[in-house]
Ligand binder design. Structure first.
Ligand code: ARG
Length: 482
């Protein structure tokens, strides 16, 4: 067996050791980036006078042929290929002869792999960002539709629960209201539109976090050699620009060790996973018969092998479940990094699989969730019948505040009214005026106007609130983001 490093070894590597050591099964995914890096390195060697223009063009042609083989799926891997870097160099040798041996001058796989990996992530990020953006768009579409509900197109009765948009509300038009919860206890009425948008903004931060990674990701390790730098006259700034990086890494020892970008990416992915999981948890609850706020479209549910009536929200449960593995990828890599003594250590080969897996996990989830959100049927009647007068207790306290009573006292007085209603087993808005006046004489007939959830929502019109006019502003703001 001929490895890149066979010179000082008397015997071949043990087969099981070779298999353990090899990274080709996963780093072949960076084939394209590896060749691009080598093309740029070959040009830098020419500029440094290490390769003649003629040698450079033969190597570059050979690398282009290798690239074409990868793109056509025709690259001939061999069992001796230890990793993608070795495979490319071996194949280049078959195509251009011993001249291929000049390509690795002044370069190490240590600066090479770090470069490939960064290039791969730079290429991958826009795809992930646009998948997140599309889920945001789905939430935004639903938020807009819930603000000004339009009747769904007439459908045959058997498909009555399928729909795009909000089902017609029995009481007529207007924005759709739903209970907002804290501690999963009914808290205050909010607009359904506001709820959809409450899941838009975390994803916006996720997308911004991925963009924020770039200044630390687009720093070029190439030209740092194994750890000490390269002795050839390489213009690293030009090399960085040629590969689409912002700048060359400032310290060769740090450059070959730095995997912060991978850890940051995994944090961003894990947090996105957490956000998807939280959205999923709510949809799972809200599609249950107990809530009945939404019906999942058939295309996004799954059945039971035993219970014929079931429609299970599997994509949302998978989103909730996969958040666990996304967190695991992050803690796994951080744990790998924490004890490394110097520059490059082979432990660093453990960096790529979690990043690829996190990327793949999110790319599999996001489009499905976007589809499921777009096709959820909302049931405004169910949402609004889950509102009760107690959810307006804060508004009742505010009513007293409006009559000059300090909020803390108003809170306590309202608490008395709540207790009386609970004791009598009646809605808060049906206590008699004499009961209210016994609590405080400032109450009068107008107290009954408090018990209108639509009015409650409409009062919350400060920026970020759930009033229709504030949500309208929020929607315009959200549109500007995507
Ligand atoms: N396959 C290796 C990795 O993924 C490439 C770098 C190998 N460097 C070394 N000094 N053995 O990290």
């Amino acid at each position: 067996m001929t490895t890149l490093w066979h010179g000082r070894f008397e015997t071949d590597p043990d087969a099981a050791m070779f298999a353990l050591n090899a990274s080709l099964p996963f780093d072949r995914r960076m084939a394209e980036q590896d060749v691009r890096g080598s093309l740029a390195w070959a040009a830098a060697l020419k500029d440094a006078g290490v390769l003649t223009p003629e040698e450079h063009s033969r190597i570059a042609e050979g690398l282009q042929a290798v690239l074409a083989e990868f793109r056509a799926g025709k690259f001939p891997f061999t069992p001796e290929d230890e990793d993608i870097h070795t495979a490319v160099e071996r194949r280049l040798g078959e195509l251009v002869g011993p001249l291929a041996g000049k390509l690795h001058t002044g370069r190490s796989r240590n600066d090479q792999v770090a470069t490939d990996f960064r290039l791969w992530l730079l290429d991958a990020l826009p795809n992930l960002q646009s998948a997140i953006r599309d889920l945001q768009a789905a939430l935004l579409e639903r938020a807009e539709a819930a603000l000004t509900p339009t009747p769904p197109p007439p459908l045959p009765l058997s498909q009555g629960e399928r729909g795009r948009g909000e089902a017609v509300r029995p009481g007529g038009g207007g924005e759709v209201l739903m209970p907002g919860y804290t501690h999963l206890q009914r808290a205050q009425p909010v607009l359904l539109s506001h709820w959809f948008l409450s899941h838009f903004w975390p994803l916006q931060r996720d997308r911004e976090r991925l963009a924020d990674l770039r200044p630390r990701l687009a720093v070029l390790p190439l030209g740092c050699g194994a750890l000490a730098g390269t002795p050839y006259a390489i213009d690293r700034a030009a090399l960085a620009a040629a590969l689409g990086f912002d700048a060359p890494a400032p310290n060769s020892m740090d450059a070959v060790a730095d995997r912060d970008f991978a850890a940051e990416f995994l944090f961003a992915a894990a947090l996105t996973g957490v956000h998807l999981s939280k959205l999923a948890e709510q949809v799972i609850l809200y599609t249950s018969a107990e809530f009945g706020f939404f019906t999942l479209d058939d295309a996004f549910g799954t059945g039971s092998s035993l219970m014929p009536q079931k429609k299970n929200p599997d994509p949302f449960e998978l989103a909730r479940g996969k958040a666990g593995r996304l967190l695991g990828y992050l803690t796994g890599l951080l744990t790998t990094l924490k004890g490394l003594p110097s520059t490059y250590d082979k432990d660093l080969q453990e960096d790529k699989e979690p990043v690829f897996a996190a990327f793949d996990t999110l790319m599999a989830l996001l489009p499905v969730l976007a589809g499921a959100i777009r096709t959820l049927t909302a049931h405004p009647d169910r949402m609004e019948s889950a509102l009760d007068d107690f959810m307006l207790a804060t508004d009742l306290a505010d009513y007293l505040v409006g009559r000059g009573i300090p909020f803390r006292e108003a809170h306590a007085l309202t608490g008395q009214a709540v207790r009386r209603a609970l004791e009598a087993g009646v809605p808060l808005g049906t206590l008699s005026l004499s009961t209210y006046r016994a609590i405080h004489p400032v109450f009068d007939e107008s107290v009954y106007q408090v018990f209108d959830p639509r009015a409650s929502v409409a009062r919350r019109k400060a920026v970020g609130g759930t009033a229709p006019e504030a949500v309208e502003v929020q929607i315009q703001n959200a549109k500007g983001k995507i």
